[in-house]
Design a protein around this ligand. Structure first.
Ligand SMILES: C[S@@+](CC[C@H](N)C(=O)[O-])C[C@H]1O[C@@H](n2cnc3c(N)ncnc32)[C@H](O)[C@@H]1O
Length: 485
């Protein structure tokens, strides 16, 4: 079956799928051009390949793998949806290989095979798994625990089970969301994967919306190739703007640039393009060395509705949201559907922070129109004018022992967080558009001295170029600067 025909069938089946199942079963099918690229990452000289394709859909990935590998002994496919199964069978019959379709839930089937030591073990797996969170008490999570897998999404569950089902030297090529690279809940999965496999290749799409453009998937996806039981060597990193691969670029990097030695979070960094040199003196100190902490804003508004006030009253204090900032300037109060204030009461007090010193806050979710991932603001206690402040849960809040800190450090920290250097650095290790407190905790920062020098000159009205110049000048000369950049 040629790729044009397969893509036509894919569109046709996509139209027939039950819309409710589409998100429940994570049914976003791979275009042939991506499937072919994924298959091209397999080492070619394998004889008698035994291929696993779990969540096989209409079989696009298997078909690309069969074309690329040529000498194929068998293909095992798991697919739960009857509409997909029917088309899968038709497609596989046309290809003419030895195939088996398991019309059942892969998680239950794989766990059973792993526990009983039955079923096939594979030399190759090519996977676009379903993406869906699995709650801690779900049947899937309980099943996964039987083989020691603790993970939060169907995609990492499929990946983990496939690792267990590979022969030594078996290669897995998978397309998955980048969020597992540094999501805090994926740490056990990252540890397991890195214990069992070496990372051979990571491909990133620069444009977030292109890999599954038929389905408006805005997820940032990466393609990963890992080999079970192989000693870790350099990692190939490739990128292209989109699934057309027109501007494909590739290079090799040391594994230590991907997973930093001694990183207790085992983050997977993807160093593409402009490398941010961590030897840069601006990345000198950990947050704990600076005595600063960062936490998610404590006020979860929807759980505290009885304390929320449209406007500030005598017994309430400001509750801050992103709409209170325009062009980095504080604008409070604001006419908006969200409240401006939170009432201070014994029950709400523990969610408020004292208005002592300056806080630096960073949005957890970047605005659509914002090009940057990290956007930081400084809260000046005089502008708050009350004893307490409410920070909504959509913020990350930098504090010192749950209080604000001095103005110069706060402004210097905000300047650093708002620099291009930091944004580039952040992109290397963070795939999601979300900025987690854990991410901010695990980064390096300038020394207090540098931050304070920068803070002397930082103004919220500065353009990006001025911010970058200010940091650059202080960094280069290590002196107080008075120029108006
Ligand atoms: C992201 S789609 C990918 C389909 C196909 N691999 C492709 O790349 O076009 C995931 C597929 O997994 C199937 N699926 C979802 N949950 C499953 C489960 N628990 N067991 C087996 N298949 C499942 C869905 O029906 C869907 O066809």
């Amino acid at each position: 079956m040629n790729t044009e025909m397969l893509d036509k069938v894919r569109h046709e089946v996509n139209g027939r799928l039950d819309q409710k199942n589409k998100s429940k079963l994570g049914q976003f099918m791979t275009a042939s051009v991506i499937a072919d690229y994924m298959a091209s990452l397999f080492d070619k000289n394998t004889k008698n390949a035994k291929i696993l394709d779990c969540g096989a859909g209409i079989g696009s990935l298997s078909i690309s793998a069969i074309k690329a590998l040529k000498k194929v002994a068998l293909v095992d496919q798991w697919e739960i949806d009857p509409i997909m199964q029917e088309q899968l069978e038709k497609n596989m019959k046309m290809v003419g290989v030895n195939f088996s379709i398991y019309r059942q839930d892969f998680i239950f089937g794989a766990v059973e095979n792993i526990r009983s030591g039955t079923g096939e073990r594979y030399t190759h797996a090519i996977i676009n798994p379903p993406y869906k969170k699995i709650s801690s008490s779900s049947a899937h999570r309980q099943e996964l625990r039987k083989v020691g897998i603790e993970t939060v999404n169907l995609y990492s569950a499929f990946f983990a089970l496939s690792i267990f089902l590979m022969e030594k030297g078996g290669q897995i090529v998978i397309i998955i969301p980048r969020s597992f690279c540094n999501g805090p809940y994926y740490k056990p999965f990252r540890e397991m994967m890195l214990n069992e496999c070496s990372i051979e290749h990571i491909h990133v799409f620069e444009s977030r919306d292109k890999a599954f453009k038929d389905d408006d998937v805005l997820q940032e996806n990466i393609i990963l190739k890992v080999t079970k039981g192989k000693k870790q060597d350099e990692v190939e990193i490739s990128q292209s703007t989109d699934h057309e691969f027109h501007d494909y670029q590739t290079k090799k990097v040391a594994f230590a640039d991907v997973v930093k030695p001694n990183d207790s979070e085992v983050f997977i960094h993807i160093p593409t393009g402009e490398e941010v040199n961590e030897n840069n003196p601006l990345f000198a100190a950990s947050l704990s060395e600076l005595g600063i902490s960062v936490s998610t804003g404590p006020v979860v508004s929807h759980r505290m509705t009885e304390f929320l006030e449209k406007d500030l009253t005598d017994d309430s204090v400001p509750l801050l949201y992103p709409h209170h900032f325009v062009n980095r300037q504080f604008q409070y109060p604001k006419e908006h559907k969200k409240p401006n204030a939170i009432r201070v009461a014994p029950e709400s007090r523990k969610w408020l922070m004292p208005n002592s010193g300056f806080y630096v806050i960073v949005r957890r979710f970047s605005a659509k129109e914002e090009k940057r991932r990290v956007v930081a603001y400084v809260i000046n206690p005089e502008e708050i004018g009350r004893e307490w402040i409410g920070f909504d849960n959509c913020w990350n809040v930098f504090h010192v022992k749950k209080k604000g800190f001095d103005e110069r450090t706060a402004k210097g920290l905000a300047c650093f967080l708002n620099s291009t250097l930091l944004d580039d650095y952040f992109r290397v290790f963070s795939g999601h558009t979300q900025v987690n407190a854990t991410d901010l905790k695990n980064m390096k920062y300038p020394t207090l001295e540098t931050m304070q020098r920068v803070g002397e000159s930082y103004q919220f009205s500065m353009e990006q170029k001025q911010i970058d110049q200010l940091l650059g000048v202080v960094n280069e000369f290590g002196t107080k600067i008075t120029t108006s950049c």
